[in-house]
Design a protein around this ligand. Structure first.
Ligand SMILES: [Zn+2]
Length: 63
């Protein structure tokens, strides 16, 4: 697994909140931010195959 190269003296930033990344939770700063990222996947902010969660951009046709 390739790791992104980080310049010395300049810690990576959490892509979610911008805080310094915690080594135990890379590439995030905390488990919470990791969950946020996962949530984005699950809620379709990233395009993934599968049924939509609770999006309202495709309402059922009404009579
Ligand atoms: Zn964070």
């Amino acid at each position: 697994m390739a790791e992104p190269r980080t310049p010395p003296g300049r810690p990576a930033r959490c892509p979610i909140c911008g805080k310094p990344v915690h080594p135990s939770h890379r590439p995030f700063c905390s488990p919470r931010c990791a969950e946020v990222d996962l949530g984005r996947w699950l809620t379709g902010q990233y395009r993934v195959p599968g049924p939509p969660a609770e999006l309202e951009d495709d309402p059922p046709p009404s009579e």
